[in-house]
Design a protein around this ligand. Structure first.
Ligand SMILES: Cc1ncc(COP(=O)(O)O)c(C=O)c1O
Length: 309
């Protein structure tokens, strides 16, 4: 079911998003080795990226505060500015990495949704340079953006996709999905984990995917996402301190000219928990099952908190 939804050919189950990315990085290296390019071991990642906290995933994570206490990390990683296709081309041509890894919506650095044109350019450049294209959709995927993957909306077919978070309805699970060219790259024994793919997590994933596809959950995410966006647009008209709205579906961000931390505290005092990501963006990641009246209530609390600043 998940390979059909993600339009991929194989899946490796893990226990978390970090481990899914770890599997993806290893898969890319082995793929290059199988193709006769064992020297292609490096990775290109984007500034602002977050891919997890194990050594491999941390090595392609950009934020200094997560990385520096644990250096040295995996060598051969280059970071390029997100959204700059020319810089990406230079890095892929010069570095000849095993893979390019990116989040189509950078969750931890302020719900930065990358242009679809940039994502398509990344696909073309990866193909041209023989680089494995990994989409980390741990936060943006599993239906949260309104479609199963953001890749689908962008019209891009990555070589590898990683998922986690919602995928097993709250049970610990991640997935590393591969397209046909990489579907047989990992052979039995190459990679594994005791609890990965356990029956309880898999059952959770099956129930979640069925609800998403057949139980109206994907439709609800789109409806509630549109409602949330319309409400945020009205607030942005009323409060000029809101300078930008980002994201889609039920992953949205409100960029503030100032006072993001104060707004977070004012919301917390009113019983609404939000996070500030990227320094100035209030990130909204409501549960998929949120009801229309709860979105209305949340928007009301946001309005009250904005007025109190
Ligand atoms: C884009 C992205 N990748 C990877 C991870 C790591 O996932 P996990 O916390 O399940 O290990 C996260 C978690 O926030 C994430 O947002």
């Amino acid at each position: 079911r998940v390979t059909r939804l993600a339009r991929m050919d194989a899946v490796f189950f893990t226990n978390s998003g970090t481990e899914a990315n770890e599997a993806a990085l290893k898969l890319a290296r082995k793929h290059q080795r199988v193709l006769g390019h064992p020297e292609r071991t490096g990775f290109v990642a984007l500034e602002g990226s977050f891919h997890g906290r194990t050594m491999g995933a941390l090595s392609v994570t950009h934020t200094a505060k997560y990385r520096e206490p644990f250096e040295p990390l995996v060598p051969g990683v280059a970071f390029v500015p997100a959204g700059d296709a020319a810089a990406l081309e230079r890095a892929l041509v010069e570095q000849r990495p095993a893979a390019l890894i990116l989040e189509p919506i950078q969750g931890e650095s302020g719900v930065q949704d990358l242009d679809f044109a940039y994502l398509r350019a990344a696909r073309e450049l990866a193909t041209k340079t023989g680089t494995v294209l990994i989409f980390d959709e741990v936060q943006s995927g599993s239906g949260r953006s309104g479609t199963f993957l953001v890749a689908e909306q962008a019209g891009v077919a990555p070589d590898v996709v990683t998922l986690a978070k919602a995928i097993a309805a709250g049970l610990p699970m991640g997935m590393c999905l591969a397209s046909s060219a990489l579907a047989n790259t990992l052979q039995p024994g190459d990679h594994g984990s005791t609890f990965a793919g356990g029956p309880l997590a898999c059952r959770g994933a099956l129930v979640f995917l069925r609800e998403l596809e057949e139980g109206g959950l994907q439709h609800a995410v789109r409806e509630r996402g549109a409602q949330l966006r319309a409400g945020l647009e009205a607030l942005a008209r009323e409060f000029p301190v809101i300078v930008e709205l980002r994201g889609r579906g039920l992953i949205q961000g409100v960029r503030m000219a100032r006072g993001a931390d104060e707004l977070k505290a004012a919301l917390y005092a009113r019983g609404l928990i939000v996070n500030v990501t990227g320094g100035d963006v209030i990130r909204l990641l409501p549960p998929y099952v949120i009801r229309a009246e709860e979105i209305q209530r949340g928007l009301g609390l946001l309005r009250e908190a904005l007025a109190s600043l």
